[in-house]
Design a protein around this ligand. Structure first.
Ligand SMILES: Cc1ncc(COP(=O)(O)O)c(C=O)c1O
Length: 408
């Protein structure tokens, strides 16, 4: 990365003049914690007492036997407080906000995981909190909205555009421009203007640092491959950064939706539908038309249907350091089902993309090889979508009965 936050031409900070001093202040505060030898220790301590870190690396023996190839390990980010890797980033940014002396945080959220994590962090640190969420996501992730509100956050349903994550990001930036003196924008993924991609990656790198140490202690050698799903790219950058300088193949799995030829997917790095552009303050691959208008995206996983992607991952695609694949909604539901039955693990729909691709490749590797799958979050939040996908009759009856009770 160069001093202006470019990763071989991707990234940068395309921000309105009015936000320049806010970004300078943020960059300075971030450099401050990076150069403070005590900060990482303070961060590790809060993550261990508040969010179950280090998360375990679980050997999936039944799945390993099922596929008969590589030994399969799962990095358990689902065991973080609030159920996903998002906790790593928000707690890090929370400590930073404390140091900057600000009292209010805002955030965007897609699946709601980052919103819940931010609202939790705000409750813990005593910050005022507003969460922006596309109206479509508010409807499909109601349980997370419920929890954000209980945690004291104001949830704003964004009715602009296609009413999903990108629209929530635009709205959060609008708020920030008006309230920058008092407010910090807790961006939830490794995207956005510099220094966010670097900063979010820094906090999430705790996943890779732990995973590398754990696999060496358990197996005495490095994995052949590491798999992670890719929305904005934070869990992927988190685990990949632990193995970046090793001879380990890194595989990022995007939302293939109804297939890469269907036009209904969210694949920016392995479909032909994306191109390089500048939006939302940074330069990367976006799903956009020839006029630069953002396309509609689709995924069964609310946390993966973002139009842009981390500029660091765009750079790693160009250099070939990371291989990008896509998993379809159907493959994801099948992989989720198998994981539940064989291991008793319930990965989030987002994480199940990484499982789906790993399962397609596990049997072609040898029994001496190791693979690690990053289980970025737990699937409890997806119960409505998963029950629909499995056409569960008992669940449908339960919902109808609940609705009748409300109407009575
Ligand atoms: C459980 C889970 N995994 C993955 C993601 C995708 O985000 P990222 O690519 O930043 O890790 C999300 C986003 O909401 C999520 O909730």
């Amino acid at each position: 990365m160069d001093s202006r936050g470019y990763y071989n031409g991707f990234g940068g900070a395309f921000i309105p003049e009015i936000l320049v001093s806010t970004f300078e202040e943020l960059s300075e505060a971030f450099q401050g914690i990076k150069n403070d030898p005590g900060f990482w220790q303070e961060y590790k301590e809060i993550m261990s007492s508040y969010s179950c870190r280090p998360t375990p690396l679980t050997f999936a023996g039944n799945l390993t036997r099922h596929f008969g190839g590589a030994r399969i390990y799962v990095k358990r980010e689902d065991l973080n407080h609030t159920g996903a890797h998002k906790a790593n980033n928000v707690m890090g940014q929370g400590l930073l906000v404390q140091r900057m002396g600000k009292k209010r945080v805002i955030a965007e959220t897609g699946a709601g995981q980052h919103g819940v994590a931010t609202a939790t962090m705000a409750a813990r640190f005593g910050f005022e909190c507003t969460i922006y969420m596309g109206e479509v996501d508010v409807k499909r992730q109601r349980p997370n909205v419920f929890w954000m509100e209980r945690l004291g956050a104001k949830v704003v349903a964004v009715k602009e555009g296609s009413r999903i994550l990108k629209d929530a990001i635009n709205e959060a930036f609008r708020d920030w421009v008006t309230n920058m003196d008092t407010t910090h924008y807790v961006l939830g993924t490794a995207c956005g203007p510099h220094p966010f991609p670097e900063m979010v990656t820094y906090f999430q790198s705790i996943i890779g640092i732990e995973a590398r140490k754990q696999i060496l202690s358990l197996e005495g050698k490095l994995p052949a491959r590491v798999y992670a799903c890719v929305g904005g790219g934070s869990n992927a950058m988190g685990i990949f950064s632990g193995f970046m300088d090793d001879p380990v193949e890194l595989v990022g799995v995007e939302a293939g939706g109804e297939g890469l030829d269907s036009g209904r997917h969210a694949s920016r790095l392995c479909s032909k539908d994306a191109s390089i552009g500048v939006a939302q303050g940074y330069k990367t691959y976006f799903l956009q038309d020839s006029d630069g208008q953002m396309k509609e995206t689709h995924s069964i996983a609310a946390g993966l249907d973002y139009v842009g992607v981390s500029p660091i991952l765009s750079h790693l695609k160009e250099t070939g350091r990371v291989r990008f694949e896509a998993a379809t909604d159907q493959e994801v539901v099948e992989a989720l089902s198998l994981t539940i039955r064989k291991e008793g693990l319930i990965p989030a729909l987002e994480s199940s993309h990484a499982f789906a691709r790993a399962y397609q490749e596990a049997s072609s590797l040898s029994q001496q090889d190791i693979i690690i799958i990053n289980q970025s979050g737990r699937g409890d939040k997806d119960i409505f979508t998963i029950a629909d996908a499995f056409s569960d009759p008992g669940w449908k009856e339960f919902i109808i009965q609940k609705a009748e009770e409300y109407h009575a």
